[in-house]
Ligand binder design. Structure first.
Ligand SMILES: CC(C)(COP(=O)(O)OP(=O)(O)OC[C@H]1O[C@@H](n2cnc3c(N)ncnc32)[C@H](O)[C@@H]1OP(=O)(O)O)[C@@H](O)C(=O)NCCC(=O)NCCS
Length: 174
């Protein structure tokens, strides 16, 4: 994150680079909420080198029988399809493991790269929500709301993705 500079400034680091302690607190919070079946955050790592590429998450704030997907990539990992692949994995697990009826994806109208991820995976633009702020560290403003419904999922490029998922006992769930 620190090496990505301005690229992540609006999204993750409003007050400059985060300290190691602040990072550890975020990771522990996600670990706790993962265990209690709340929001789920995942790291994305290069399979050959183990280098961290970014994060992807499934958030509960979308309401009943729905999840919202969010993601970021480090600056030098852009443009290679990683965000599309990470988001596909979340879409697949949301529909096949969580059995949700809808996955939401929100981004600012200026965030063309994020909107392109949504469109690439077959999400529909539901509308432009006005004057929203989804979390304290995010800027306030309009948001584009994209959704993919369970009935549309089999037509999404996420559907044929090969994905293995495991629970905390190491049992394969997908
Ligand atoms: C949003 C974000 C993750 C999108 O990253 P991205 O690199 O544009 O998206 P992808 O990793 O899916 O890569 C897509 C690009 O790789 C190319 N690509 C190459 N191989 C690909 C493949 N197998 N599958 C899909 N795309 C592929 C695509 O053609 C596309 O190219 P383009 O950038 O020239 O159009 C990134 O801009 C980011 O981290 N932004 C800051 C944080 C943020 O805004 N998060 C989202 C908040 S809503």
């Amino acid at each position: 994150m620190d090496s990505s500079g301005e690229h992540l400034a609006d999204f993750l680091t409003p007050e400059g680079p985060m300290s190691l302690d602040a990072h550890a607190a975020v990771v522990r919070k996600y670990r706790g909420s993962f265990d209690t079946n709340g929001d789920r955050g995942y790291g994305a790592f290069h399979p050959d080198t183990g280098r961290m590429l970014g994060e992807v998450c499934l958030l509960r704030r979308a309401g009943i029988d729905a999840l919202e997907v969010g993601y970021w990539l480090r600056l030098d990992a852009l443009g290679q399809g990683f965000a599309t692949e990470m988001t596909s994995a979340m879409v697949k697990s949301a529909f096949e493991l969580d059995k949700v009826k809808r996955v939401d994806l929100m981004c600012s109208p200026e965030n063309e790269r994020s909107a392109a991820v949504a469109r690439r995976l077959g999400f529909s633009l539901e509308g432009r929500l006005r004057d929203r702020q989804l979390a304290p560290h995010l800027p306030r403003g309009d948001l584009l709301c994209f959704t993919l419904l369970a009935s549309e999922y089999p037509q999404s490029p996420a559907y044929p993705l090969h994905l293995a998922a495991f629970d905390f006992l190491g049992r394969q769930t997908l």
